[in-house]
Design a protein around this ligand. Structure first.
Ligand code: IVH
Length: 675
């Protein structure tokens, strides 16, 4: 093949792929690849066309940026003032270049003032107001013409149908982002799952899909919000002369603006803000994919003007992508502590959400069927915040010919016992119980973990080694383990062996709740273990309790009671407990002196970072005083302790009028109650 023919072939392939992706993205609201993949192909096409200008065709996707709006039944709206897009920066250097270009063009040595705004991950909307009344709402479309979605837009509570106040221009367009907050997105997807319907890949697609509904009553039920970020107006002479001032003005007219918006000076201010927001990203109630920096003075904006489709006075500094494409090399089945057989995708390693990911949980077989996932498939992997990586979508167009169907194994991959799936339950389980080495290992790992018996140095790998080498087969064996046995193990020296045996020794007197939790009874987490310890005060009483008695305990329902009851009816569990006692494990009874529990009945929420203690310590202190510590703020919350960089929980507490104390206040409270 000649070079020319090779280039033409690649161009055709790129155009076809991009057209296909555009259709999925813009018409079906169901993107088939992540943005980074799309951007990569688009950049390749732009570069290839730039190098071969004779081969540019009129219908190339580069000649159309954005998709046609004629494929749907929404009417077209021409934008009087075009809706621009933004240039992107991906590194501090590119930000530096941006700031330098701005100053060079302004021929000024002065530090530039920038307005900084989170880049909301939703879709752009232009709202046209005439004489203060909403006339229409339109999508961005290709920037010059979009779709008339007024009927849908009117259902959003954060969009005023009539402007507040009086001093607004006769004709005005307020532009901003429509997005779906994270919590609303979760709720919507749960609802769709329960209804057996297709879920959305991410909040942005959910927002897009919800806004382009043919039936406005569907849109009305979707948790959409609008946040304004710019104003388009023919005559701005009576309006504020800065971007930030303009947004404050817009707020007066009745729009939500981003509370994180801030004005800063120079590139240093921008980079500081960027990092600060990157830290805060996971705590924000909505998704952002970067920061938009805008020259704050509008006269300077005018002076700088535009280049092709983007302003010279603004840039979007993107955060690391939270969704990327990769390939599922294999699907393996792991056996957990309770015998749950869980499929795990082994991935071609990818960098996503700031870390390299090579595994993703697939939860259960239902999930595999829902995704229609085969071994060898190209998939979209998403990792947002601290959440474990998820496979959110298979890209069917990319399925290789040798992809294979994933089936639930009929026997346990570890011990060979039958795998059973109870009718109506999503989870399949190995029936091997403690005969299964995987379940034994998981049980021992859990027993040793920090929140349970807290045996320092006994990590997951060491437990596996000890079981594999036949040195232990139950948690009770830990307490007869000898130093010389451990010292001979791979990567274990004499010193670490001594430390380990000491740590095991030191774990012999746990608090009762920790011991109960460490047993690994199904569905008995920390909170339930504490409630059981508090209520029974002793293991013997708990062991003998019947189902009815168990259900008298706070938060214990029939299912948990059933698990606890049957746990203590298994001979091997009783033998293990007896062996533990024989080998010197002896718990401390809980303290139940009501007079010393001044916070009984109150619910506290901890948020942000405390300087003087860890969150676990703070939690323990509060619980010792009788308070319940919860992870989320609700109307029932008594008080929120807000450390440094507290985020959405603090905002929520404030909006609910709940008492908030800072770290100082918290320490004072502890001192007062302890004293
Ligand atoms: S300003 C002329 N500000 O990002 C400048 N855009 O990649 C127009 N976006 O289409 C945009 N948050 O939908 C601006 N605070 C913000 C934004 C923002 C999100 C979106 C917007 C735009 C896209 C550009």
């Amino acid at each position: 093949m000649t070079d020319q023919a090779a280039v033409e072939k690649r161009l055709a392939a790129l155009r076809e792929l991009i057209d296909e992706y555009n259709y999925h993205y813009y018409v079906l609201d169901d993107p088939s690849v992540p943005d980074v993949e799309y951007d990569r192909l688009m950049r390749e096409l732009i570069a290839l066309e730039a190098a071969n200008p004779a081969l540019v065709t009129a219908d190339s996707p580069t000649q159309r940026v954005g998709a046609s709006t004629t494929m749907t039944s929404f009417a077209e709206v021409r934008h009087e003032i075009p809706m621009l897009s933004l240039d992107n920066a991906f590194s501090d250097e590119e930000m530096d270049d941006f700031d330098r270009r701005v100053r060079e063009r302004l021929a000024s040595e002065e530090t530039v003032e920038y307005d900084c705004e989170p880049k909301l991950d939703g879709l752009a909307l232009s709202l046209r107001y005439e004489h203060g009344r909403l006339v229409y709402g339109a999508t961005r479309g290709d920037g010059y013409a979009g779709e008339d979605i007024t009927a849908n837009v009117r259902t959003l509570p954060s969009i005023p149908l009539k402007l507040r106040g009086e001093h607004f221009p006769e004709k005005l367009e307020v532009r901003g982002e429509v997005y779906m907050p994270k919590a609303g997105f979760e709720r919507l997807n749960n609802m769709l799952t329960n209804a057996g319907e297709k879920t959305f890949v991410n909040p942005r697609n959910a927002a897009a899909g919800s806004l382009r509904q043919k039936d406005p009553s569907v849109t009305a039920r979707r948790p959409l919000e609008f946040c304004a970020y710019s104003v388009a107006v023919a005559d701005a002479s009576h309006l504020p002369d800065t971007q930030s001032g303009m947004l404050e003005q817009v707020q007066q007219w009745g729009f939500r603006i981003n509370p994180e918006m801030r004005v800063t000076r120079g590139i240093k201010g921008c980079l500081d803000y960027y990092r600060e927001m990157m830290e805060k990203r996971d705590d924000l109630p909505y998704e952002i994919d970067g920061i938009v920096f805008k020259v704050n003075r509008l006269d300077l904006q005018n002076q700088l003007g535009f280049i092709s489709r983007a302003p010279r006075w603004a840039i979007a500094y993107k955060f690391p992508a939270q969704e990327v494409m990769t390939v599922v090399r294999d699907v393996e089945f792991q056996v957990g502590r309770t015998g749950a057989v869980t499929p795990v995708a082994r991935l071609e390693p990818v960098f996503v959400g700031g870390v390299t990911v090579s595994n993703a949980t697939l939860h259960n077989m239902d999930e595999i069927h829902r995704l229609d996932l085969h071994r060898g498939d190209a998939v979209i992997v998403r990792r947002a915040g601290d959440v474990i990586p998820q496979v959110v979508k298979v890209i069917p167009e990319r399925r290789p010919a040798d992809a294979t169907v994933v089936e639930l194994p009929t026997s346990c991959p570890v011990c060979g016992s039958d795998v059973l799936q109870v009718e109506g339950e999503a989870v399949a389980r190995c029936t091997g119980g403690l005969y299964c080495a995987a379940q034994r290992k998981e049980a021992i790992k859990h027993f040793a973990s920090r929140r349970a018996m807290d045996i320092e140095g006994l990590g997951d790998r060491l437990v596996e080694l000890l079981v594999d080498e036949g040195l232990i087969s139950s948690v009770a064996d830990l307490y007869v383990l000898r130093e010389d046995q451990v010292a001979g193990l791979e990567r274990m020296g004499q010193k670490s062996a001594t430390n380990l045996i000491q740590a095991i020794d030191g774990s012999r007197r746990p608090e009762l709740w920790r011991f109960i939790y460490a047993l690994g009874i199904r569905e008995v987490g920390e909170a339930t273990a504490k409630a059981l310890a508090q209520d029974f005060g002793d293991l013997k009483a708990l062991q003998e309790a019947d189902l009815e008695r168990l259900q008298l305990v706070n938060d214990v329902g029939p299912i948990v009671a059933g698990h606890v009851h049957s746990f203590f009816r298994q001979p091997h569990n009783l033998e293990t407990i007896e062996a533990l006692i024989e080998r010197g494990v002896h718990w401390q009874a809980p303290e139940t002196r009501p007079a010393e529990r001044p916070l009984a009945g109150q619910t506290y929420v901890l948020t942000g970072t405390l300087q003087t203690m860890t969150r676990d310590e703070a939690k323990a202190r509060l619980e010792a005083l009788g308070a319940k510590v919860s992870g989320s703020v609700s109307a029932k919350t008594s008080c929120v302790v807000a450390g440094e960089a507290a985020g959405s929980k603090l905002t929520k507490a404030e909006s609910l009028g709940i008492r908030v104390v800072d770290e100082q206040g918290f320490l004072a409270l502890l001192a007062e109650l302890a004293g």
